[in-house]
Design a protein. Sequence first.
Length: 537
Amino acid sequence: ESPLTVLEQLALPPDESSILLLPLFSSENLEDTTVNELHPNFRAFTKLLDLVLSVRTANVLNVMGIEIVGEIMLTPGAALLKRKNFGKNCLNELKDVVRSLCLTGSAMLVSSNDETASDIISIDYSSYESMVSNFIEQVEKKKRNQDLFKERLCFEGGKVPTLEELGQTFGITRERVRQIFKKIGQKLERKANIEKLFHFWERLDCCVVQGGGVVSLRALPTLLQSEFKWPTAPYSLALGQLLLCRQEVALKDDELLFVESECLSCSIPLQQLQVLDFADNQAFHVQVIAAKLSRHCQSVCPWKRPVTTFHRAFIDRLVAKCDGSLILREDVVLSRDKWLRKYCDSLDDVACYVLESHGKPMHFRDIAGGIRQENENFVEISDHNVHASIMRYSKIEIVDRGMYGLKLWGLGGYRSVTTAIEDFIKEEDLPQKRQDIINHLKGEFSEANITTSLTKKTRFTNIGNGLFYDLPQNWQNRTCQELIRLLPEPVAEFARYLVGKNNTSYKLVMALIYIRSMDENETIPLYKLKEMFYRFY
């Protein structure tokens, strides 16, 4: 194979050899080469205003009208050395800046407005802990305060340490910890301090943008570990505390980090997701979808800046935009029908799906069989449990004995024994005699079924040793005086006498004997009543 040309090498991800081909390093001018032809990882469009440079270097570049790093890269070093007030130190400084933007390693930047402008600021990016340690040491000079802030940014598990917990660790009060954090926070508000990590922020944003512009905080540590070649990934919540220094918004473990990107507003990935063949394949792993979508975008990206591969969080957002037609379960994207049939853990939704697929009413045993056959969450559910459950679901109704259908079908026409009894009691708005209930419903249900249904204590309250029945809530709210007013006046007067305040126990005994001796027609022979009273006395 013929060797790559200089331009072809610069179109690839940068490494030490390709960086040395830049005019800034080689002093050789590249004819007809523009910033757009450099690989995105060169960060060529980074604005000089966002960099921390020495006053002399910044002034020379300002006079030359250079605004972005890419223009520096394509300017021969020899040409820069010819500029007034620009020497070898300035050239070496710019070379260090370019290396820090393009390669993994230390960012060597010099501040133009820092009190220590003559000192080289070195951040060690060999590990997350080293980076944080270097950063804090340059922001805060007191050793104890440094250690305290490191504890907040480098903890390895659990929740974010509270002020109380940090105070106990360092032997100070929680109020003192708060004061120290406030003081450090004020220092971080200065742009020169927070930009000591400019190299980190730049590459973090680039990593997020290269995956679609959004990533979850939980996935970000692994992403940065790969980018910076760290030996271990930081704890996500600790990393979130570091992001808080720049974003002023604390991120929880499952929250998302957004970086401005054209992909977030582009409709192409969603359109491509919706045309994938879920009918034949049934499901796709999220990584497969990310690869398919990114491969498509690389050929049609209208901005000519396609992603490398989409992050999981980006796929999550796409699936959420599909109005429920697609479901993301663990690491698999599948159609809603497939998810309902196989993985849904809501018995209500699964039962509705079985009926919807069948297209007409089914016996509850057939519904239960369909649920057991397909769904892995209900393989052992019994017919009885399914029957007891679907009777309560708002989307399902009984259409015949044991037969159920979806309410949206509008079939109706059947009610259970229990519902029929409830309707009768509600209609009469009074406790009803068992025999009256049987007589009212005997044309629709058998006496045995009616009697059995009345024994359901959760649905009906038994009054008077099985003579009367009422709905539990109704009976709880009824008062004795309301019922007495409904009686014929002579009987009502006797009832008020029995329940009125009195100190003679024999009245209650007489009432008990009287009531318990009545037959189902609420009558008692006078001779029998006379014998009872004589016997009592």
